[in-house]
Design a protein around this ligand. Structure first.
Ligand SMILES: O=c1[nH]cnc2c1ncn2[C@@H]1O[C@H](COP(=O)(O)OP(=O)(O)O)[C@@H](O)[C@H]1O
Ligand SMILES: [Ca+2]
Length: 404
């Protein structure tokens, strides 16, 4: 493949009229377990004292995620190339060489063998090397789970204006992915610091401030991994034709499902019970006693996104575009409604009852939230996606000396 050269339209020191001298770009790929996404950010730094401003974002995604190409790494890298080609049009040619491109993979790749994950990442690295962008060291890799939470926390608190000025009232965040789930907040009470296991606390420097955050990523507790765990199929050698059944699925259902490159057969409890109660107990077995419950979160409100948002929007608890504010008990009410009337919801995903029940159990019995804990569901703040990718891009630009 030929490298695209910078066209010599402009002499080296002259910018195009509409590109300000203090404008710069960053390209961040989120290689998630269910899809790969590109975020192309435009920043403006008005003065060294101020935080950079996000002027815009171009966002695009493809499905499935990289882990589905575990046995065809070149094909996986091709899906990344398709997205990267968008950046060639979005970034002015004279800034290509100064625009870093990075891909961070999350839980999908964490669950693959090291060999398969490495093969995928090295193909992606080649795609980057052939592009005209700046490819920093470690530009392609698997992200540490604790960084996922911290960087999402940075994003949300930056976008809601909590990281600038005095009087910062930061908000905690909940992210529910396909394969893992994260909780992150800034503890307010000394007591929380005392009763929290050391590996749940991380100091993090950003914008010349140090934050000591509570964060944890639970691998295998993403929504799709939880489906498999509920079915008793998570991390199992699946025997050909083996059937997994659950009381959270429509009685007559029998179907197949592909996740992480493996095919699963699943179905409803033909003869036995179905509905909210038995489903709740089934899901409870997956969650009970597996998560740390920090006392102080019971009374605070959290920002929640990813599958919390998607399932709330699917069931009209919130508006798909605008998001909304919910209490934990709203998920429980909806789970009851769907699970006890599965025939009425048979045009939706067969997993809707299981998913809503899992979200309810995870929030109440997993993290220990109260029924009336308030959740702010958002996809975007000021038109920018609430994803860890923005925090990761800030961190990247900071490490490259491009911001302060
Ligand atoms: O940038 C984003 N904007 C909005 N939703 C996102 C974005 N990135 C991921 N999601 C959501 O994340 C969920 C899937 O999780 P993902 O594929 O990232 O799994 P993982 O985090 O366990 O690897 C879906 O609900 C998807 O809509
Ligand atoms: Ca994710």
């Amino acid at each position: 493949m030929r490298r695209r050269e910078r066209p010599d339209f402009f002499p080296p020191n002259v910018c195009p009229i509409n590109a300000k001298a203090n404008t710069f770009y960053g390209i961040m790929f989120d290689a998630g377990s269910t899809g790969t996404r590109i975020h192309i950010y435009t920043f403006v730094q008005k003065s060294p004292e101020d935080l950079p401003e996000v002027e815009g974002e171009i966002f695009e995604s493809v499905k499935p995620g990289l882990s589905a190409y575990a046995d065809q790494p070149e094909k996986g890298a091709e899906s990344v190339k398709t997205l990267l080609d968008m950046a060639i049009d979005a970034v002015p040619p004279h800034l290509w060489k100064k625009t870093p491109v990075v891909l961070k993979a999350t839980a999908g790749l964490r669950l693959l063998s090291e060999e398969k994950a490495e093969a995928l990442l090295s193909e992606v690295k080649e795609v980057f090397e052939e592009s005209p962008f700046l490819v920093p060291e470690d530009s392609v890799g698997i992200m540490d789970g604790s960084h996922e939470g911290i960087l999402a926390w940075i994003t949300v608190n930056f976008l809601t204006g909590q990281l600038s000025g005095q009087n910062q009232q930061t908000v905690g965040i909940l992210d529910l992915g396909g394969a893992s789930t994260q909780i992150t907040f800034l503890p307010r009470f000394e007591e929380t610091l005392k009763e929290t296991p050391g590996d749940f606390l991380t100091s993090f420097e950003m914008f010349n401030k140090t934050y000591k955050l509570y964060t944890h990523s639970y691998l295998g507790f993403g929504l799709k991994a939880a489906r498999l765990a509920t079915l008793g199929a998570f991390n199992m050698e699946v025997v050909d034709g083996q059937m997994f059944r659950s009381s959270c699925l429509p009685k007559q259902l029998e179907a197949e499902w592909h996740f992480g490159g493996v095919k699963y057969r699943y179905g409803g409890n033909k003869e036995g019970e179905t509905g909210f109660k038995p489903c709740y107990l089934e899901v409870l077995k997956v969650v009970k006693g597996k998560l740390h419950q920090p006392e102080e979160i019971r009374g605070s409100s959290f920002y929640a996104f990813s599958y919390y948002y998607d399932r709330a929007a699917d069931t009209n608890l919130i508006d798909y575009e605008r998001g909304g504010v919910l209490e934990v008990r709203d998920f429980e009410r909806k789970a009851k409604e769907v699970c006890d009337n599965m025939e009425r919801y048979n045009s939706a995903s067969p997993f809707l009852c299981m998913d809503l029940t899992y979200i309810t159990v995870l929030l109440k019995e997993g993290f220990g939230f109260r029924d009336n804990t308030v959740l702010q569901l958002t996809k975007k703040v000021n038109d920018i996606e609430t994803s860890w990718t923005l925090g990761a891009t800030f961190y990247l630009l900071q490490s490259l000396g491009m911001t302060y």
